[in-house]
Each structure stands twice: as structure tokens, then as C-alpha cells.
Design a protein. Structure first.
Length: 197
């Protein structure tokens, strides 16, 4: 990436099973990140990287469309909208800034991190929150990892704090390293992130 992201506090990561619980996981991770910060400045953007989530949602949608034994409901198409992952958090916490969902071929994590870093470094935004949702198969089991980071001017913190959830499928100390998270790679400066709890 070339520029070290200005992480302003430890990143927060949590893992669970993909599906309806992903909204809960993203909400839990963002709440843990923001705990103790107080109100964020107005116009602080919240950027979600959701390529993996959307690929899974499209696969499930196509399967439901092709299943002639079931009736397709209009609500089924709502699962395709990645902004729903942020809805609960932004409403419950009255998020004061814009929210963006990025989906790009090959993963939107690096693009989200570059965009947020540039916005903070240039002074366009007083701070930025980046949340990345990635899927993986640690121990052969489908899992989803949500990672969130606060970027602010002068930030240098790069530790990672793991949030456990009731949906957590396995050893929390080993899960995040098995996912291709751009946030974790940037925080640790490694291709395979190691998590400090």
C-alpha cells in the first residue's frame, strides 16, 4: 500500500458463522471498537469492505431463484444489500457521518483502507472507521471474520483485540490468521496476521 494507515487504537476482530448472524457480528465488533471513545466527530465516514459477504449472498440468492420447489419472496433480494450489515450499528449509535459499502473484484479491503487513510491524512475527514468482512474456512468450517479499525491523525496503534461471540466457531487465538484480511495485514505488517489479545 505504501502509506502506513494511521490506526488510532487497537483493531477489533470477531469471528462467527456466515449468514443472518453477520449483522450481529459486525455490530458487536464496531461497538467494541467504539467503546470508551465517546462521540466521534461529525462527518466521520464509516467504510465497509463487503466483497466476500456479497459473493456469498449472490450465490445463495441464485440458488433460491433456481429452486422451483420454493416460492421466491421479495425480501430474499434484501440480503444482496451490503449496507444492511451497518444498519443496526448506525441506527442504534446514531452514527454522525456517511456510511459506504465497497464491493470490488478480488476484495475491497485494500481499497477501503487506502480511501480512509487518504481521507484522514489529507484532512478531508477528521477520522474514519473501516470495517472489513471476510470469509474463510479455518479447520474446514465456513466462517466469517469482521475486523474494524479507527483511523485518526497521528495514530500509530496496531495491536489487535479479539471479541468473542456466541457464534464463535473455534479457537479465538488462531482464527483471524486464517483469513485474508487487509486490515489485519496492515496492522501487523505481515501477510499472515498474528493476533495479540
Amino acid at each position: 500500500m505504501g502509506v502506513r494507515p494511521p490506526f488510532a487504537r487497537p483493531l477489533v476482530a470477531g469471528a462467527g458463522r456466515p449468514g443472518p448472524g453477520t449483522v450481529h457480528l459486525v455490530t458487536r465488533v464496531l461497538e467494541a471498537l467504539m467503546a470508551g471513545i465517546g462521540p466521534v466527530p461529525c462527518h466521520t465516514p464509516l467504510v465497509l469492505s463487503a466483497t466476500d459477504h456479497c459473493l456469498l449472498a449472490v450465490t445463495e440468492f441464485v440458488a433460491k431463484c433456481e429452486d422451483t420447489t420454493r416460492r421466491l419472496r421479495p425480501s430474499v433480494s434484501l440480503a444482496l444489500e451490503p449496507s444492511l450489515l451497518l444498519g443496526r450499528f448506525t441506527v442504534e449509535h446514531r452514527w454522525p457521518g456517511p456510511s459506504y459499502a465497497l464491493v470490488t473484484p478480488g476484495g475491497a479491503g485494500p481499497a477501503a483502507l487506502r480511501w480512509a487513510t487518504a481521507a484522514v491524512d489529507s484532512g478531508t475527514a477528521p477520522a474514519a472507521v473501516v470495517c472489513e468482512v471476510v470469509h474463510g474456512r479455518p479447520a474446514g468450517e465456513d466462517s466469517v471474520l469482521a475486523v474494524a479499525a479507527l483511523l485518526a491523525p497521528g495514530g500509530t496503534e496496531s495491536a489487535v483485540h479479539l471479541v468473542t461471540t456466541d457464534m464463535h466457531p473455534g479457537n479465538p487465538d488462531r482464527l483471524p490468521g486464517t483469513f485474508g484480511s487487509a486490515l489485519l495485514r496492515a496492522a501487523t505488517g505481515a501477510d499472515r496476521a498474528e493476533v495479540r489479545t
